[in-house]
Design a binder for this molecule. Structure first.
Ligand code: ADP
Ligand code: MG
Length: 342
């Protein structure tokens, strides 16, 4: 049943499994007794049951289907490095896929940190197909999207990056049609949108043509903000950039993504963090701020280094709680926006 090469088919205990499905543990036990959750994985000496994404899908199919909705493309971007774009997109893509959503993660950064987080060692990255091969590969370097995808779990696919990804921008700049220059990524994503519920894009901190393609392809721009003394500056830079893009494209009917600000690296004992979060919460852009605050937590760094999302690496940590709370909030916010038609 399980393809042997799945590296992100996260396992969980019964409590996590039932919480994830929003049912009681006794109901899960009842399903098990009736033989309706097949092939559980015996685990360790105690033979406690563990469940993986296949079990989640099985339970979804039979009892708890996820609401159907149009796919959402989420771009993690800020014109500043080191703010948590990769860490958060890595963990959130994992968390959404574990719930049973079909997720495509796209690494747009030539530094390929997301690809590395997902467990592909740098030494192997040269041999991978990336977006470059799809867009500009010639002859034997040419690849289809399907030949580029790395299947990490039944619900999680990755388009990896390598240094080649950084070259795409040069090619885009010599394109002569708007369609190819600005819409290449959107057209590619649109061609597979039926296969996914969420598309996560981890982008580098610049504003080149490849990132502009990502803006145009995305429904939501998730901007992680460090709660430090420079957050104010990052915020104005973000909105100035969006304004500049709007001006640039005002004659082109380009739709830019909705912005969500995400407070990251918060330390409650630190006055500057508190001030900075206070400003985000009360300032002009407060309506766009997600309520969940991600605290500073070394497990986020350690889990990424170990190529695991924090909720499997350290399931009881504050970092894991933050990521799961954020996942829940984001799903709720997107659902509400859909019903409000906003
Ligand atoms: N909430 C957090 N707590 C502790 N460390 C964090 C947190 N968020 C990010 N980091 C660390 O900060 C560094 C930069 O994060 P990263 O996700 O690579 O940023 P970006 O992709 O924006 O450049 C990494 O070492 C990461 O582990
Ligand atoms: Mg990054």
């Amino acid at each position: 049943m399980e393809a042997p090469n799945y590296t992100h088919n996260y396992t969980m205990n019964r409590q996590e499994f039932s919480e994830l499905l929003g049912v009681s543990q006794s109901l899960v036990i009842k399903w098990e007794k009736e033989g309706l959750i097949p092939n559980h994985i015996p685990w360790g000496k105690t033979h406690r049951r563990r469940y993986n994404i296949q079990h989640v899908l099985e339970a979804r199919k039979r009892y708890r289907p996820l609401p159907k909705h149009a796919p959402q493309t989420l771009l993690f971007w800020l014109l500043k490095g080191g703010v948590g774009k990769t860490t958060l997109s890595f963990n959130l893509a994992g968390a959404f896929s574990r719930i049973g959503y079909r997720v495509l993660a796209i690494d747009l950064d030539g530094q390929s940190h997301l690809t590395t987080c997902f467990g592909i060692p740098s030494a192997d990255q040269d041999r991978l197909n990336t977006l470059y091969n799809i867009f500009y590969g010639e002859d034997k370097d040419k690849a289809t999207l399907q030949e580029t995808l790395i299947k990490l779990s039944p619900t999680l696919d990755l388009i990896p990056a390598s240094l080649d990804t950084a070259a795409i921008d040069l090619f885009l700049s010599s394109e002569t049609t708007i369609e190819r220059k600005l819409y290449s990524l959107k057209n590619l994503i649109d061609s597979v949108k039926g296969d996914y519920d969420y598309i996560f894009i981890d982008a580098p901190p610049n504003i080149n043509l490849l990132n502009i393609n990502a803006f145009i392809a995305s429904d939501q721009l998730i901007a992680p903000m460090l709660t430090d003394f420079l957050s104010h500056h990052s915020l104005s830079l973000l909105y100035d950039t969006i304004e500049a893009l709007k001006q640039t494209f005002k004659d082109l009917d380009v739709e830019l993504p909705k912005i969500k600000l995400l407070a990251n690296n918060f330390d409650i004992r630190n006055n500057i963090c508190q001030e900075s979060l206070g400003r985000l919460k009360t300032g002009e852009y407060a309506p766009q701020l997600l309520e969940t605050v991600v605290s500073r937590s070394t497990v986020l760094t350690e889990s990424a280094k170990n190529m695991q999302p924090v909720f499997t690496f350290a399931q009881n940590s504050a970092g894991a709680r933050d990521i799961l709370a954020l996942t829940k909030e984001m799903i709720g916010v997107f659902a509400k926006e859909r019903t409000d038609g906003t």
